[in-house]
Design a protein around this ligand. Sequence first.
Ligand SMILES: C[S@@+](CC[C@H](N)C(=O)[O-])C[C@H]1O[C@@H](n2cnc3c(N)ncnc32)[C@H](O)[C@@H]1O
Length: 315
Amino acid sequence: MIKEFIKEIDEGLNSDSKTLPSKYLYDKKGDELFVQIMHLPEYYVTRAELEIFKEQTENIINALQLNTNTYFELIELGAGDGLKTKELLRCLDQGNYKFDYIPIDISQNALDKLEKSINDELPNVSVKKKQGDYFQVLKSLKNSQHLKVILFLGSNLGNMSDKIASEFIYKLGANLHSNDMLFLGVDLIKSESIVCPAYNDSKGITREFNLNLLNRINIELEADFKISNFSHIPEYYETEGIARSYLVSSKDQKVSIARIGKTYNFVKGEKILTEISRKYNDEIINSIIEDTDFFIAKKIVDSNNYFTNYVLCRS
Ligand SMILES: C[S@@+](CC[C@H](N)C(=O)[O-])C[C@H]1O[C@@H](n2cnc3c(N)ncnc32)[C@H](O)[C@@H]1O
């Protein structure tokens, strides 16, 4: 993990347009901050998908064609705190469905907390957590012959470019069997007035979440980022449909990272891209899955038309 962390941070800071991979936003502090973000009034994304999981749980179970006689593995990629998933787990538990819940996350801390909360709230649900990068876990899916339902929620897909998203869904499909399904939750394209505040809330939690990445690099890679020399600047234009979070250097400065053994130069106003959050519509999703084994079998939308959960089946 640390070797890959070092390699990816060095690559990102050496490129002409500096980047830092968004998956590293989630250390213990980052996990806590993201849970706070989920409950912010400006962060409509969680509320919209939670409404679908609360109000349309039976609809989800029917769309996934689950039945109480067939065992399945419910596998969640990037599970986080499982707030929405627990609504589905509760309903499956009450309905006596036979399944194991397999959350996969890069953050061991998030997985440990999730397991504990499910054990406390839903003691009958079997949890088999798996720590790792979901890009690397895909191959291991093929090892089991059981029916699989893959949950990929919270518009996590939006952290990938469309090209990477397409390759990811292609690889996912290639590692599944014909009856397996993907339940994909994505944020829909909407106006700047709704999206921008979600990435720049009035309490400054998203700002803290973004800057925490520099803190993490300071601690784990022995760097000397001066956090106050960077600002959190998000951007989003409805015409493009992609929110981007940047850390912007407020002056010319040098930063040393001891574990890499290098010093990096930043000029005043230089941006580091830390996260993209792509927004979608049917056309974009169809073009992403065009060369994959999947087709849209059903879509479930929240009452504001902010968010869609697609049921993708394999052809
Ligand atoms: C934005 S949160 C969303 C959590 C959850 N899916 C939800 O909808 O509330 C993203 C989660 O995915 C995890 N994650 C991000 N990139 C990952 C990767 N490449 N592999 C595995 N987990 C990842 C993070 O640790 C975090 O828990």
